[in-house]
Design a protein around this ligand. Sequence first.
Ligand code: PMP
Length: 449
Amino acid sequence: MINRKKLQEQLLLEREVYLTSHQNSYQNKSKRSEVLLYNAPMNWMQQWPLAYPITIESGCQHKVTDIDSNEYIDFCLGYSAAFPGHGSKDVSKLLHEQMNKGMVYTMPSSLDAKVAGLLKERFGQDFWGFALSATDANRFMIKLCRAITNRKKILVFNGCYHGTVEEAFAMGENGETKTREGNIGIGVETSRTTAAIEFNNRAALEQELEKGIYACLLLEPVMTNCGIIHPMEGYLEQAKELCKKNGTVFIIDEAHTITTDYAGYAKKHNLEPDALILGKCIGGGFPAGAYGVSESIKNKIDEIIRVEYSDTSGIGGTMTGSIMAMSGIKAALTYELTKENFIRANANTDIIVKGMGEIIEKNRLEWSIARLGARFDIWFAKTPGKDASEAFSQHDEVLYEYLFTALVNKGYIMSPYWNLLGSVSPYLSEVECHQYLLDFEEAVMKIID
Ligand code: PMP
């Protein structure tokens, strides 16, 4: 049972420890604030459960070191963009070789067909397009879906995140969809571009898709952006069927769920989406996104793409599909996103999830663990939520801040958003997994009766 008084006291102590052991990070933050628009090179890097973020000096496999010389096991791994680890020598060698031959031609190269072939072989989609990021891939795919269906609106789930895609910052309640809190500067009212419904609600899904007005349904097959939320049995199959019946393109955004398995979640579960979105770790650390489509979607795209207008189509850009992005994808698929690494990352996650479950049970905590391949997170509730509204209502800000801070002070970085979400690297040793469990338990013991 959590003792709230102890929790508050321990949180204050851990905050103090953090401030004393991260003074260089503090000074660097002050320097950044003088010249950087968001106190950081990217807006949401400033969103950190503590007073200021750690400033990183270097990374190596599953570890990072900050400018105060603190070393951490990294469970954030660049929000999975650095999955399975940092600083791969093989990836770096391949990228350097290409760098010496040029980084951007904005003309095709012989690598393009090879890379698309590798993606097809592994993920199963017939034809591939490229983008700078998962955001970018989602944006292109949504535009293509609108063009081929001649429909304006898209359907998403509450609590989703698909990058900085304006249409996807949507929250629906009682049949009404609004812009998600915090999203700024929208150009078109969200209710005109999007409908958002709760995940795992079969009736709502059917009701919306049967309207036959949506260009696409954009979804993560397992939600990962407000805790890990698994689909109910048959839910994704139902979504696919309804999409097919009603002329809506079924898009699976695999940016995070790729960490489930060597071939991603969709392939593992035979979902055969109309379109599959990849990003983050697919570029081996280099910015890259990709969207793979079925042959029938490709045929429809062929009908609407006019080559003479492709520069004004709104699809692509100067750096899109650059030789560096292609090299990054090739390197990631060849050296890092390997079967062996998935096996090892999953074996490490087995140890961690089992151990955390035991700690929860032993201490009669009303928490649970959700797991997706090499990813796990804690729910501060007896069972993981089934949709965003449960996720939001079960979120415990103080508990989250305490555990996050205590773990940072013990040398672990979790994803700095949502409960204690972690991506598990194959490079962790068994000893490190067990040490993590001991440290986690020690942090827990300080706040319970
Ligand atoms: N899709 C999903 C499911 C994501 O979680 C994210 C980022 N967290 C994105 C797309 C966007 O990725 P990026 O910021 O790399 O464009």
